[in-house]
Ligand binder design. Structure first.
Ligand SMILES: Nc1ncnc2c1ncn2[C@@H]1O[C@H](COP(=O)(O)OP(=O)(O)OP(=O)(O)O)[C@@H](O)[C@H]1O
Ligand SMILES: [Mg+2]
Ligand SMILES: [Mg+2]
Length: 602
């Protein structure tokens, strides 16, 4: 199957069968919103990396050191069981039952239709376009799509839900019986071996609630822009037995949903929330039923998923070992904490009085639509990782890093560089693009990883790297392609290549070839004699080092003093014109000159 970039998926309008008005967000629209918009006061967008750093700091301050991951995946004598519910905001332009636009940061209460605030007499109108991303998500999770599904009312009274009920799919969800396979490369617990498959019980569509913005004192502000925004709830079977595997599952589902363009905001931006259900049972009895589950609601980072499960597992085990019983209850978790806290027990659980919504007809999904979506979904992340490993010879670690970094922006950049290289190589008519892929991956990850990076697009300043979802960044793909092309052809040295990368980022260099010509930075290698002269200079005043080589020559030490040799080569390279020196040639000449010195030939 061919790879379809998500930007193309977004623009896909089902061959005109779906109105443009209801179509999905294009990636560039989203980016513009993110770049220009102000983060809302309730949920400032904190990048995950920053959050993790803060968590680590908090842990340090509290003096409680986290056990190494490998140590706390199991507790002898006990089996942990986890099932997860993931709520994800669908990438749609309309709300689920009204024509109001979904928006990330418009004026509060500006995208609200009568039905959204439950004005008397208003009726829900199902926006069929919202089904497209929901179906793509369910298909990516290998679910069976139900021909007929229905909407139900789940009643509860809270200010964030003006109608007094949430419309969801309780009795007949639109997708059931899927599965997702997690591999070792996805970061599952070592105890799960090479792979583990987790069943997806169902996927249902439902409405989001209004956003509450707490003010000083008792006051709460409400923004109804979010009320009625379409969500999917993905419910897994209780098939997970290790905390790290639970976190890996949520991470993988996020990547999967974004790769089929079903959801564009990740956990750190509030687009994905997870509830984890945790129980424990002793491993000594044969076929004991599962223990009583508690549910920890509203986790907003992968690390919280893992940490909350560990804390809750340990709490339940301690309780049972003391002879107590686990009460089925809902619990909460705060970032950086070490224990879950009780929110409400079973007796406090609301009776939701589920009932079919009489205002909404059944949703009927034709097999033609399902087949069409299946055929046009493109390569899924697992297949893409395999492809990167097979076609380009990348390690699974590098392939995964490319896929995971910058919400998919890094891998798009990598492909852009390969495309630019192809154009370049077309001109030169030489080696195939695949030969350059390993080098390109290495530079996209490791060399570019050394450059200063902006934590978010809003905070990006000149001289900092930020990758847009389409892969654009301050270093044009064509510039990096030029650098790699000349490097691979041995027309410039690695040192010059690295300096050029920084110079492009700073804006000092625009055209690579012109700069190389202008500053005369081409690799015109020194002659053997010139190298030897530099080697002799580097050896001056190094009598102590020389002695190490003499000892080795005399058989007094076993290992060749390679470290000392490289020290001398470093000295030599620094003294000479770096753009004209190949470290390997320098090393060879230094070795030969050294040999002569210690045998007294020189
Ligand atoms: N004994 C158990 N231990 C751990 N997890 C369990 C256990 N029993 C069920 N689960 C998991 O609990 C989750 C139940 O989710 P589901 O949405 O069906 O019900 P709910 O939590 O009561 O509903 P909601 O929270 O949406 O109102 C599933 O992921 C399931 O796999
Ligand atoms: Mg649920
Ligand atoms: Mg639940």
């Amino acid at each position: 199957m061919v790879r379809v970039p998500s930007a193309v998926l977004s623009k896909y309008l089902l061959q005109g069968q779906i109105s443009r008005r209801g179509c999905l967000y294009a990636a560039h629209q989203l980016r513009d919103v993110q770049v220009t918009g102000q983060p809302t006061p309730e949920a400032p967008i904190i990048p995950l990396r920053k959050k993790l750093k803060e968590q680590a700091k908090a842990l340090k301050v509290s003096g409680k050191k986290k056990k190494a991951k490998a140590d706390n995946q199991t507790v002898p004598g006990w089996e942990l069981t986890v099932g997860i519910e993931i709520h994800a905001q669908l990438n749609t332009a309309r709300k689920l039952f009204s024509g109001a636009t979904t928006s990330f940061n418009d004026e509060p209460n500006s995208n609200v239709e009568f039905f959204d605030i439950a004005l008397p007499g208003s009726q829900p109108i199902f926006q069929k376009e919202t089904l497209i991303p929901a179906l793509r998500a369910a298909l990516a999770l290998n679910c069976n799509i139900q021909k007929v599904s229905r909407f139900d009312r789940k009643h509860y009274f809270h200010w964030d839900q003006p109608s007094g009920y949430q419309i969801t799919q309780y009795y007949e969800p639109f997708a059931k019986d899927g599965h997702i396979t997690l591999y070792a490369r996805d970061g599952i617990a070592p105890e799960d071996g090479e792979s583990v498959t987790v069943g997806i019980k169902q996927v249902q569509m439902e409405q989001d609630t209004a956003k509450t913005i707490a003010q000083a004192g008792e006051e709460q502000w409400l923004d109804f822009n979010r009320v009625g925004v379409p969500l999917i709830e993905i419910i897994t079977n209780p098939d997970i037995h290790h905390p790290a595997t639970a976190a890996a599952l949520v991470r993988k589902i996020q990547v999967l949903l974004s790769s089929v363009d079903a959801c564009v905001l990740g956990m750190e931006a509030g687009g994905l929330r997870a509830d984890v259900n945790v129980s424990v049972r002793r491993t000594d009895g044969d076929s004991q039923p599962l223990g009583t589950r508690t549910e920890i609601k509203n986790l907003s980072s992968f690390k919280s998923v893992e940490d909350a499960i560990i804390a809750e597992r340990d709490r339940q085990i301690a309780l049972l070992e003391e002879g107590g019983v686990v009460a089925g209850e809902t619990r909460g978790w705060s970032v950086g904490s070490t224990e879950t806290r009780r929110l409400r027990g079973k007796e406090g659980e609301v009776d939701y009085r589920y009932m079919p919504d009489p205002d909404l007809g059944p949703v009927v999904i034709g097999d033609d639509l399902v087949q069409h979506l299946k055929a046009t979904m493109g390569l899924l992340p697992d297949a893409e990782v395999e492809e990167l490993m097979l076609s380009y010879g990348l390690s699974s670690k590098d392939a995964m890093s490319l896929m995971l970094l910058d919400n998919g922006g890094r891998i798009e950049y990598f492909y852009n560089v390969l495309d630019a290289l192809e154009t370049r190589l077309g001109d030169a008519g030489s080696a195939s693009q695949a030969e350059y892929a390993g080098l390109a991956a290495n530079w996209c990850l490791h060399e570019m990883g050394k450059l200063p990076a902006a934590p978010t697009p809003e905070l990006a300043v000149d001289g900092e790297l930020y990758f847009a979802p389409t892969g654009e960044c301050a270093i044009p793909a064509a510039a990096l392609a030029d650098i790699l092309f000349f490097l691979q052809q041995r027309r410039i040295t690695a040192k010059v290549a690295k300096d050029l990368l920084w110079a492009v980022l700073r804006g000092d260099v625009i055209n690579i070839e012109e700069t190389l010509n202008g500053a005369n930075l081409w690799f015109k290698e020194l002659s053997e004699e010139q190298y030897a002269e530099l080697a002799k200079q580097a050896l001056q005043g190094e009598e102590k080092v020389l002695k190490d080589f003499q000892k080795w020559k005399a058989g007094q030490s076993k290992a060749y003093p390679q470290g000392k040799l490289m020290f001398l080569v470093g000295k030599m390279v620094r003294a000479g014109p770096e753009e004209r020196m190949d470290p390997k040639s320098a090393e060879n000449v230094m070795k030969a000159v050294m040999e002569k010195q210690i045998t007294g030939e020189a």
